[in-house]
Design a protein around this ligand. Structure first.
Ligand code: CAA
Length: 440
């Protein structure tokens, strides 16, 4: 069977930077350690006043097509995943296709365009849709573009404000992919939850503490479901595990839960037997309760072991590198985590061809999906083409007063402000920018 997967990636970050330790923490009267150590974040990418989910998505998709030498006729499907409102009728993919058509001098009339919404997990769901479309043989030789684009902004003084971010990840899904091959190994955990909502409002209503618990609960269910498809799993089976990363501290909790949960379901009896020198291990205990207590004690202590720290440093830490400097990108976040992990491995000259990833996505509302991917030979060339480090470096570093002004612009006063200040705006040339409704 022909392999189907992610053939190329482009990342586009918002043009502004909000430094959490230097700028945000002092203004909030907080210890910077709350952000840098507690949440694990150093900075957020913030959208400039002429940036939104369409411009960021279009810029990422254009770079993807340009770098891969693709024309509109090569693309049979454009799906956008976003949880940022733009239009309640037309999918964002139509706006993005419209932008691209201006540059390519050709149109996407033949392409199926759509928009997926399920909070942050819809980026992964769109990749799944594209995979299924190709697998079903409906692509007629064409590839799909999936664009995960969000401005993840919170109301001022909301606890989520420190975890903001903005950016887009464009992915080319095709046969004979050059980065990872997708598979049918998937597991889900899903429940009707109200941890994070945005019903016709600009900024989310979020029960932050509860959202952390819901993330972990759905992830545990998805791991159980995944095990029913893949058979026995062990953390060491996967070179890296990119998680949805609203902030690295969340992934620290998810990784610990996942590791304990997987190990409890696999080799825990053997390891305990080795430790206490008794096999079969159950017979060393007076009762089933005493045995269960010993297992619980053992698994609780697992994350304090050197074995766990080594695993974390290989499987998790590299996936967090980009996120620490850009914050939460909602739908793009788990795809940024995958790119981050691969980029760090490339920089360290690690040969990953044939290695597996376990990709752990989450969307509030709520659903988790865990799926397996296999890294394919030549992946390094695609990852080497990313210029995200340069983009991060080039961002304009906001003062707190400037941050307050730009945040206001992205609030509902946006249209008025853009009209008023249109003369003063100096958006860069050679990229898509927003200059008011009807004038894009
Ligand atoms: N030095 C070191 N660490 C410190 C510290 C200091 N000076 N001060 C605080 N900390 C630690 C805390 O102990 C805490 O760590 P633990 O969670 O490990 O205990 C961490 O820093 C954060 O501190 P608080 O819990 O006090 O922070 P908070 O309550 O102000 O905000 C939050 C945390 C509720 C998660 C908030 O960031 C939020 O609402 N975020 C938005 C919602 C979110 O991202 N939820 C994640 C799951 S839902 C999801 O993933 C979907 C999505 O994308 C939104």
């Amino acid at each position: 069977m022909t392999a189907v997967g992610i053939d190329a990636i482009e990342i586009w970050t918002g043009k502004l930077k909000l430094d959490l330790a230097e700028t945000f923490a002092p203004a909030q009267g907080d210890d910077p350690g709350k952000y840098t150590k507690g949440l694990g974040l150093h900075a957020s990418s913030f959208p400039d006043v002429y940036e939104d989910i369409v411009t960021m998505g279009a810029n990422a998709a254009y770079r993807l097509m340009d770098r891969k030498g693709l024309e509109p006729d090569d693309i049979g499907r454009i799906d956008v995943a976003t949880e940022s409102s733009f239009d309640n009728s037309k999918p964002v993919s139509t706006y993005i296709a419209g932008c691209l058509e201006q540059v390519f001098d050709d149109d996407f009339h033949h392409a199926n365009k759509g928009e997926r919404k399920f909070a942050c997990i819809s980026g992964t769901q769109s990749v799944d849709d594209a995979y299924n479309w190709i697998r079903a043989g409906r692509n007629r030789g064409r590839a799909a573009i999936v664009i995960a684009t969000d401005t993840a902004l919170y109301a001022r003084d909301d606890p989520g404000e420190a975890t903001q971010g903005a950016g887009a990840v464009a992915m080319l899904i095709d046969e004979e992919p050059a980065i990872v091959e997708l598979s049918t190994e998937q597991g889900y955990g899903s429940a009707d939850e109200t941890d994070f909502l945005k019903p016709n409002q600009q900024f989310p209503s979020v029960d932050g503490k509860r959202s952390v618990k819901v993330y972990l609960a759905r992830m545990r269910e998805a791991l159980d479901d995944f095990a029913t498809v893949s058979g026995s799993i062990h953390p060491d089976d996967y070179h890296m595990i990119p998680f949805h990363t609203p902030f690295p501290g969340m992934v620290r909790k998810a990784a610990a839960l996942g590791y304990r949960h997987i190990v409890r379901g696999t080799d825990v009896e053997d390891v305990l037997a080795e430790e206490i020198g008794h096999q079969p291990v159950r017979e060393a205990f007076d009762s089933e309760d005493a045995f269960n207590d010993a297992i619980r004690e053992y698994t609780d202590a697992l994350t304090e072991t050197e074995r766990y720290r080594d695993w974390y440093n290989q499987a998790i830490e590299p996936t967090l590198e980009i996120s620490r400097h850009v914050g939460n990108w909602y739908t793009g976040s788990v795809h940024l985590a995958r790119a981050s992990g691969l980029k760090v491995a490339m920089e360290q000259d690690i040969d990953l061809a044939g290695e597996k990833l376990l990709v752990a996505s989450y969307g509030s509302g709520a659903q988790a999906e865990v799926h397996a991917e296999t890294i394919v030979p030549g992946w390094e060339d695609e990852i080497a083409a990313l210029d995200i480090d340069d983009q991060i470096q080039r961002r304009y570093d906001l003062s707190f007063e400037e941050y307050e002004e730009v945040h206001d612009v992205h609030n509902h006063a946006m249209d008025a402000h853009i009209e008023e200040d249109a003369e003063e705006l100096t958006p860069p040339e050679a990229e898509f920018v927003f200059d008011g409704w009807g004038r894009m």
